[in-house]
Design a protein around this ligand. Sequence first.
Ligand code: WQD
Length: 332
Amino acid sequence: MKRILVTGGTGYIGSHTVIELLRRDYEIDILDNLFNSKITVLDKIEKISGKRPNFHKIDLLDFEKTEELFKNNQYDLVMHFAGLKAVGESVEKPLKYYENNVGGTINLLKCMQKYDVNKIIFSSSATVYGEQPIPKLDETMPTGMGITNPYGETKHIIEEILKDVVESDNKFEAVILRYFNPVGNHPSGLIGEDPNDIPNNLMPIIMKVSRGEIKELSVYGDDYPTLDGSGVRDFIHVVDLARGHVAAIDKMKPGVLIYNLGTGKGTSVFEMIKAFEKASGKKLPYKVVGRRAGDLAEMFADPSKAEKELGWKTELTVEDAMRDTINYLNNL
Ligand code: WQD
């Protein structure tokens, strides 16, 4: 196993995973349309890892260009991160999300099958669990019910497509990794979450507030049945998340393997604010507003299956993520 194609490899999670792959001497090609990332990430990857991945500016919706890439390169495995991920935007523009995320994945899978590339690791999301009776989520739970946005639906649909492709093709090997809430960035401070679009997520918004780009953080509700009334999530350091992808490579086999990638611990919004303030040494302006439609009170991973089968578990903490975020902000 040497050559890996990373779709979305200049993005937040993709770029951190490319760095972990380069450290392990895999040969990396990145396919990205640069819609929500910047080409300068390649220079930073090279600066961190001493190696520069091959880059192809391709949109997966361009079937001809995607097919040409597979025709000219024999990949052993695809790590598939490319996709739109703004939950709020997906509610306003569902067709854009279904076309881009699902349509793009179908093009990718067609090219993989045509050129005999039979291994895929897919960037999925804990959103596919929808509403569950308990906050601690494990892979045996049913998915696809009570998903509150098209973004989450696209992740669920792609998971179902992968299961059906595996059912139809006994050579195909798929790993589905369900992320919880990725935060933090590489300790070098050279790469981090730097979306082109308007962020939905807590940490990029906290980062914009701390830079004065947004006046204050709106805390979406403090009346949840949680330890302090604010929402509780499983915030996983993106470097731990990236390492989870590498751990999955050696365990692949024909069929579908599904793993949660999370810390197994819940952290509240107010705790995240306090952790950021501690790391930054300054107060973070915020105001409590009404709950956000579609939000759940509490969710966090049961990560025991990944620990048992992949030999992977998180090693970094929310405090590490805040330290690395401040370091990244200081480098911007
Ligand atoms: C976290 C908490 C909010 C913003 C989504 C996707 C999921 C994954 C991560 C990709 C909640 C609160 C947030 C703000 C706030 N994405 N919050 N003010 O909704 O848990 O998950 O992003 O894999 O698939 O569904 O993440 O960061 O939006 O919210 O109070 O301005 O922070 O209410 O409790 P979420 P989030």
